[in-house]
Design a binder for this molecule. Structure first.
Ligand code: HEM
Length: 81
């Protein structure tokens, strides 16, 4: 739902629900995402799979979803994760 102008409101973004039925795994889920992003940034190169152009209204998004291709960076030291 949004307001009369159709612009989404912040309170509509509740990915983990709320109140007494708040997601029991929300903190674990956020920790897992942080660890995943840490490894994705440190160990992979990203390149655009196809050109895409951001739009900013009513929110920032990409028409094609900004598809990327990732390549693992060769490890310099044996046994290093
Ligand atoms: C990005 C990851 C996750 C999202 C977006 C998510 C989202 C949600 C949502 C929307 C609900 C429903 C809340 C309601 O009934 O109103 C929920 C409930 C629940 N989630 Fe998650 N969840 C995620 C990950 C997890 C993980 C990793 C666990 C456990 C390890 C978990 C355990 C639960 C449990 C037990 C409930 C039921 C809570 C209750 O009704 O008391 N979730 N989650």
């Amino acid at each position: 739902q949004g307001n009369a102008s159709g612009v989404a409101q912040n309170s509509n973004f509740m990915p983990y629900g709320g109140g007494t039925r708040l997601c029991a795994g929300s903190e674990l889920a956020k920790l897992e995402m942080a660890i995943f992003l840490h490894h994705l940034v440190l160990n992979f190169r990203w390149e655009l799979a196809e050109p895409d152009q951001a739009f900013v209204y009513p929110f920032v998004d990409f028409p094609k979803g900004l598809p990327i291709r990732v390549h693992r960076i060769a490890q310099e030291e044996e046994g290093e994760e």
